[in-house]
Write a protein that binds this ligand. Structure first.
Ligand SMILES: Nc1nc2c(ncn2[C@@H]2O[C@H](COP(=O)(O)OP(=O)(O)O)[C@@H](O)[C@H]2O)c(=O)[nH]1
Ligand SMILES: [Mg+2]
Length: 334
């Protein structure tokens, strides 16, 4: 197992697989993933099929959440569970066989070699182009452009679910987004951190049909991206449009002033519109500035809390890589 011997540091390599109704593929995905890491954690979200049982039979540590809470919440649960083993690297991948478990080695490598904290497996960097359905490609590229612009962090594939994390990143990243927007959220969370980002090429295959309406899915991700932008980049979201609006208002006012001088009549529409634009623009500017200050304050407090938490050891994996304190049991109900 190349991945296990490629680093001098201790701690296991853990795979976290969020899975919802994946009985068709989960068994084979777990069996294959086990070859490339020390522990496979499957987070099942109250699947109505045999996903959890099959994952367990294949040798995964299965965490059964009682109801579907979304991929982000499942990843939070999986990360918390992985943290108890103080892993050298944690790799997340999909449970529908879309990702090749053999590539766990490639995705984890920058972490194991110590030059990255977050590795993103990109579908658009591989020399051989996979057969990704055209409508998926359009959505993936559009969401990547939007996420890159909105978050200020650039990736070639913002929607990929094949990623790896160092212990430091595992401690710092927690997600709030619903549905399948967690990958975009991650990009916002990385902005302003000192976590080192790397991209590696991966391959995908789509064995499953269309699980959801692509337009509804795309719009829900766009909705999340705009919400994240408002919260995490308030200057860009509020103050920049506010400034543009205020400038527009001033130009309209200037034009109205000239009309008054030439005709001695007040142009009602442009005067009212100009004033409205100026007032709303200024309000947006002030809102953006205040929210930006609060965001910086919240980020600093979070960092300080994490620094304190980091000083508390919580290992359950000994120097030789043996599991010494099984704090989580198979099929634990959370
Ligand atoms: N635990 C859990 N896993 C989920 C949920 N939604 C999706 N997943 C899993 O996340 C992975 C990616 O989801 P998928 O529907 O294949 O997304 P797509 O490949 O982007 O179309 C798969 O392993 C799913 O089973 C959820 O609500 N809970
Ligand atoms: Mg999939």
């Amino acid at each position: 197992m190349e991945v296990l011997s490629s680093s001098g540091t201790t701690g296991p390599v853990v795979a976290v697989i969020p899975a919802f109704n994946e009985e068709r593929f989960i068994g084979s995905v777990v069996l294959a993933a086990k070859k490339y890491c020390n522990l496979v954690i499957v987070v099942d979200d109250g699947s109505s099929d045999r996903t959890a049982d099959l994952a367990e039979a294949a040798g995964a540590l299965v965490i059964r959440r009682p109801a579907q809470g979304g991929k982000g919440a499942a990843l939070n649960t999986g990360f918390e569970a992985a943290l108890r083993y103080r892993p050298r690297a944690t790799v997340m991948l999909d449970g529908d066989a879309q990702h090749d478990p053999a590539e766990i080695v490639d995705v984890a490598r920058p972490i194991l070699e110590g030059w990255a904290d977050v590795v993103v497996g990109s579908r658009f960097l591989a020399a051989r182009r996979d057969t990704i359905p055209w409508w998926r490609q359009i959505g993936q590229i559009a969401l990547t452009i939007l996420t890159n612009q909105a978050s200020g962090v650039r990736l070639s594939d913002s929607q990929t679910g094949y990623r790896a994390f160092s212990l430091e990143a595992l401690r710092r990243l927690r997600f709030h987004s619903q549905g399948l927007s967690v990958e975009s959220e991650m990009q916002f969370l990385l902005k302003g951190t000192n976590l080192r980002l790397a991209e590696v090429p991966i391959h995908v295959r789509y064995l499953d049909g269309n699980k959801r309406n692509p337009v509804v899915h795309g719009l829900s991700v766009v909705d999340t991206i705009l919400g994240l932008m408002a919260r995490r980049r308030p200057l860009l979201f509020f103050a920049v449009p506010g400034l543009l609006l205020a400038v527009g208002g001033l130009l309209l006012g200037y034009q109205a002033f000239h009309v008054v001088r030439a005709t001695h009549q007040i142009p009602l529409v442009s005067t009212v519109l100009g004033m409205l634009a100026l007032v709303i623009g200024l309000l947006l500017g002030v809102t953006g500035t205040i929210l930006n200050t609060l965001e910086h304050f919240a980020t600093r407090v979070t960092k300080e809390i994490l620094d304190v938490a980091r000083e508390r050891p919580s290992t359950s994996w000994d120097e030789a890589g043996h599991h010494v304190d099984p704090v989580i049991h198979h099929s634990r109900q959370l």
